[in-house]
Design a protein around this ligand. Structure first.
Ligand SMILES: Cc1cc2nc3c(=O)[nH]c(=O)nc-3n(C[C@H](O)[C@H](O)[C@H](O)COP(=O)(O)O)c2cc1C
Length: 207
């Protein structure tokens, strides 16, 4: 029997908007059967570092600030360098999400940054897996993936509004990504377990 995939959401949110999306990802992952937890990267504890090290999947999230992931997220990314050196996170799954005030706002740069971080760690990137919404005469802003991202979940919240204004479509899109990462993590975990069983069956019996 394969136990629940361990999914961690490592995120920063300066003013709470991105945190709403992080919680949506958490709900989606829990719904799909993950052992999931949220980790604020600017307050990360040693237990939470250990949790990241034992995760099957890490989902990176931050607001887009000045055309990239926020500085607090960059500081976290830099503090993973010893893990990078040892390739501790190699072959884990990774995914990403971001939020900004402009409809575009260079969010793609933040998502690409998460991807680069994941690739440097030898992780396997899980894309959003949704076609773009809101791109036809019959589409609406309430479509999933209303802003049309492929690499991850991209959300938009007006700069003069609070966390209650985070768009329902963006929340649903984030929940979708949480479910998707969990489902793929389960397949990976099952595969690793089967591989381990195969190897142990082939080992010569000693004595
Ligand atoms: C320092 C700073 C830089 C920002 N840079 C961008 C940007 O490059 N593009 C954009 O669309 N919005 C930008 N914004 C707006 C934020 O992305 C937006 O307000 C977002 O909802 C904040 O998320 P948070 O509440 O999780 O911090 C910036 C905001 C701040 C404070």
């Amino acid at each position: 029997m394969v136990v629940a995939p361990v999914v961690s959401i490592a995120y920063h949110s300066g003013y709470g908007h991105t945190a709403v999306l992080a919680r949506a990802l958490e709900s989606g992952a829990a719904e799909a059967g993950a052992d999931v937890c949220l980790i604020k990267v600017d307050e990360i504890t040693s237990d939470q570092w250990a949790r990241l090290d034992s995760s099957d999947a890490i989902i990176f999230g931050a607001p887009t600030y000045m055309g990239s992931a926020s500085g607090a997220f960059h500081a976290f990314a830099e503090s993973t360098s010893k893990r990078w050196n040892r390739q501790d996170w190699k072959d884990k799954l990774a995914a990403g999400f971001t939020n900004s005030s402009s409809k575009a706002g260079d969010k793609d740069q933040a998502l690409r940054y998460f991807q680069t971080l994941a690739f440097q760690h030898g992780m396997n990137w899980v894309c959003l897996g949704l076609l773009p919404g809101w791109n036809s005469s019959t589409g609406s802003e309430h479509d999933l993936n209303r802003l049309g991202y492929y690499a991850g979940a991209g959300a938009q919240t007006n700069l003069d509004e609070g966390i209650e204004a985070v768009h329902p479509s963006d929340i649903a899109t984030a929940a979708h990504l949480g479910r998707r990462v969990t489902k793929i993590a389960r397949v990976f975990k099952q595969g690793h377990a089967t591989e381990a069983e195969d190897v142990s069956e082939k080992l010569p019996v000693s004595g």
